[in-house]
Ligand binder design. Structure first.
Ligand code: ACO
Length: 316
């Protein structure tokens, strides 16, 4: 199996900050209910005129700049999203255009809802692996969402949960680095969200699914790499609900400090949540060369995805 290492990250959040108190003036809810049930305190929504394409391009450009690579080095571009600006072109094509990526590389969007970034990594790695004679061994993977566009702002059971944002990362396909990925779906558990919104879900069913899928997927990728949670520096879960992560920590009897949380500041940004979290860790100097991390997502579909990978470089 070919390894896939994390090289760099980028992120972008839109301009309109919406607190729980702001929402409690719009629907019958309260800061107390939202905070205790979800851990969310605020989220960012796209302001008038701001688009998800702008955010995706900004995050991708930042990841590319920080990688020290040039646009010509990128061998594929995959964008996880369920809320792209256009049905066509894909967001990935617009990123290709704005960053000046090569013409002769695969560029596409992937829709696996909140698991979209992990699915995107799996697709990108597969694409690079099939292009054996291509010297471009780097993949640009983005997760971006404009969920506020798809929300019914009169439905308190969903409108308090989600936020907008974008995160991006660059990976290198390498011969020997350790890597494992676990992807799956339960289409039989689907609740439909019509194209164009509003978002539909059965919150309790998703919760039950998540507290089962997260530890199972983490277990699968750890088994595949021969490691235990003790060998991980970070576990970056999809940031849907603080209580879902707490359940998993308890079930796994794991160190809660390894499980990064930022849903208090961003809400659930679906496919963007894991790359936004990785980017925050990197910007805080807490994601450093040689670290071994796990990322685990779950979401609409229902889908799940987990991976274990290394940050390129040796530990200091
Ligand atoms: N403010 C105040 N009260 C509320 C709100 C709100 N915003 N929303 C629901 N309530 C009420 C309900 O009406 C219900 O009242 P009742 O008991 O009088 O009927 C009560 O609060 C409890 O509702 P539950 O749905 O049982 O609350 P729960 O503790 O399950 O929390 C939540 C709901 C936060 C949605 C939780 O189930 C969850 O996080 N689920 C996972 C959701 C998720 O991760 N979704 C993202 C992936 S799926 C996708 O992408 C589509």
């Amino acid at each position: 199996m070919k390894g896939f290492e994390l090289i760099s990250t980028g992120g972008a959040l839109p301009g309109r900050l919406v607190t729980n108190d702001d929402l409690s003036r719009m629907v019958d809810t309260s800061d107390e209910w939202i905070t205790t049930r979800t851990g969310i305190r605020q989220r960012h929504f796209c302001a008038e005129g701001e688009t998800i394409t702008d955010l995706a391009v900004k995050a991708a450009r930042q990841a590319l700049e920080r990688s020290g690579l040039s646009a010509a080095d990128i061998g594929c571009c995959v964008c996880g999203t369920l809320s792209s600006q256009y049905a066509s072109p894909s967001t990935a094509c617009l990123v290709q255009r704005d960053l000046g990526l090569a013409e002769d590389i695969p560029v596409l969007d992937v829709n696996a809802a909140c698991s979209g970034f992990i699915y995107g990594v799996g697709v990108a790695r597969g694409l690079l692996a099939t292009r054996e004679n291509d010297p471009r061994r780097y993949a640009l993977v983005i997760g971006c969402e404009h969920l506020s566009r798809l929300m019914d702002m009169t439905d308190r059971s969903t409108c308090v949960l989600f936020g907008d944002g974008a995160g991006a990362a660059i990976f290198e396909l390498t011969g020997d680095a350790e890597f494992a990925i676990d992807l799956g779906a339960r289409g039989d558990m689907a609740i439909t969200t019509p194209a164009g919104g509003p978002i539909g879900m059965d919150g309790r069913a998703v919760f039950r699914f998540a507290v089962d899928a997260l530890p199972r997927s983490l277990g699968a990728v750890l088994a595949a790499t021969g490691h235990t949670i003790d060998d991980l520096d970070w576990v970056v879960c999809h940031q849907a609900n603080s209580r879902i992560i707490d359940h998993c920590v308890k079930k796994l009897q794991a160190d809660p400090d390894k499980f990064y949380k930022n849903m208090d500041r961003h809400g659930n940004t679906s496919a963007a949540s894991i790359p936004v979290a990785l980017n925050e860790l990197a910007e805080q100097g807490r994601l450093t060369p040689g670290m071994r991390i796990a990322c685990i997502g779950f979401g609409g579909g229902l889908t799940w995805g987990g991976m274990v990978l290394k940050v390129k470089g040796s530990k200091a």
